[in-house]
Design a protein around this ligand. Structure first.
Ligand code: UT7
Length: 322
């Protein structure tokens, strides 16, 4: 039996940092409000000429280097993003060209903040069925381009960045199980109304930006993350005590704390980057993973639970022996 394991991780954050104090000069908000309601202190913002593929390539290169393989050994590329460089081709194809990888399957996955967990689920299936040996799985987002910088209820919450992993074949289970779900009826609680087939060429200004009923999303996120964690542990006959680290989607520190509490997981065993990165959507879980791998908190053999929730609604989890 062939399994998949995480052979290497990588991350990239744009150089420019936007603090809450900076935001105080842009909209009617305060550092205190943002920290108290979301836990966010600062976020990274892409340079004017920096794109989702630029960040994806940077994170991808680091993950390949950490995996200790040649770029040419990658035989599958999946990019989770809702902020692609172009309508087409896919960001994954652009990444493939820029990494000079020949003729591998390369495609994007669109599942908003849960995108990385969807991409991981798909890459794992490729590997266990013999369809790939080294998959490059990336979450990369430039949310600064879909934020209304005059809307204080959304612009303070998001940031840009990319995170990546190389999934490789293994005799032992690294990816123990993956779980993905969606419930499309909540479409209008969190969306960017503009789209290709719905008035793209003459889009109204506000339709081009994130619109969110924050309070309703918050409640649903806490409950759903609680249930996906339960589903994952019960499905593997494990309990919270078997986990070394929870690596949650980084949208709001209050959501992370509430979900950890439901799981009975002390905050000392939860990876938190939302204070420094804000919500980077599909990049948030792989970025948090990469930060904790590189600072030595997450070690080989640790049992990890990834979880994410986002627009759609979509949600997902993965139980991982790192
Ligand atoms: O990745 C998945 C997607 N996103 C999420 O998971 C985010 C989910 N939601 C949240 O994180 C929280 O709901 C927010 C951080 C967005 C908001 O926190 P909240 O405690 O739910 O606040 P609220 O929406 O109930 O708003 C409270 C007040 C409102 O004023 P009134 O109506 O009570 O007078 C807002 O107008 O805070 C006001 N407000 C602000 N005040 C200062 C909203 N944004 C700001 C702001 N600065 N930036």
């Amino acid at each position: 039996m062939t399994f998949a394991r995480i052979a290497g991780t990588g991350g990239y954050l744009p150089e420019r940092v936007l603090t809450n104090k900076d935001l105080e000069k842009m909209v009617e908000t305060t550092d205190e409000w943002i920290q108290e309601r979301s836990g966010i202190k600062r976020r990274h913002i892409a340079a004017d000429n920096e794109t989702t593929s630029d960040m994806a390539v940077a994170a991808g290169r680091k993950a390949i280097e950490a995996a200790g393989i040649e770029t040419g050994a990658i035989d599958l590329i999946i990019v989770a993003t809702t902020t692609p460089d172009k309508v087409f081709p896919s960001t994954a194809c652009i990444v493939q060209r820029r990494l000079d990888i020949a003729k591998t399957p390369a495609f994007d996955v669109h599942a908003a903040c849960s995108g990385f967990l969807y991409a991981l689920d798909i890459a794992n299936r490729f590997i266990v069925t013999g369809g790939a040996t080294n998959a490059l799985v990336i979450g990369s987002e430039t949310y600064s381009r879909i934020l209304d910088w005059t809307d204080r209820s959304t612009c303070v919450l998001f940031g840009d960045g990319a995170g990546a992993v190389v999934l490789s074949t293994s005799d032992e289970a690294g990816i123990i199980s993956t779980h993905i779900h969606s419930e499309g009826k909540h479409e209008e609680l969190l969306h960017v109304p503009a789209g290709i087939s719905s008035g793209y060429a003459d889009v109204q200004r506000e339709a081009a930006f994130i619109q969110m009923k924050g309070n309703e999303v918050f409640k649903k996120a806490v409950n759903t993350l609680g249930s996906i964690a339960r589903e994952t542990l019960e499905g593997n006959n494990l309990s919270q005590k078997d986990l070394t680290w929870l690596v949650p989607h980084q949208a709001n520190l209050r959501i992370i704390k509430a979900a950890a509490k439901k799981l009975g997981m002390p905050m000392e065993r939860v990876i938190v980057t939302v204070d420094e990165h804000a919500n980077t959507s599909s990049a948030s879980v792989p970025l948090a993973l990469d930060v904790a791998v590189r600072d030595g908190r997450i070690k080989r053999g640790d049992m990890l639970l990834f979880e994410a929730f986002g627009a759609g609604f979509t949600w997902g989890s993965a139980l991982v022996r790192y």
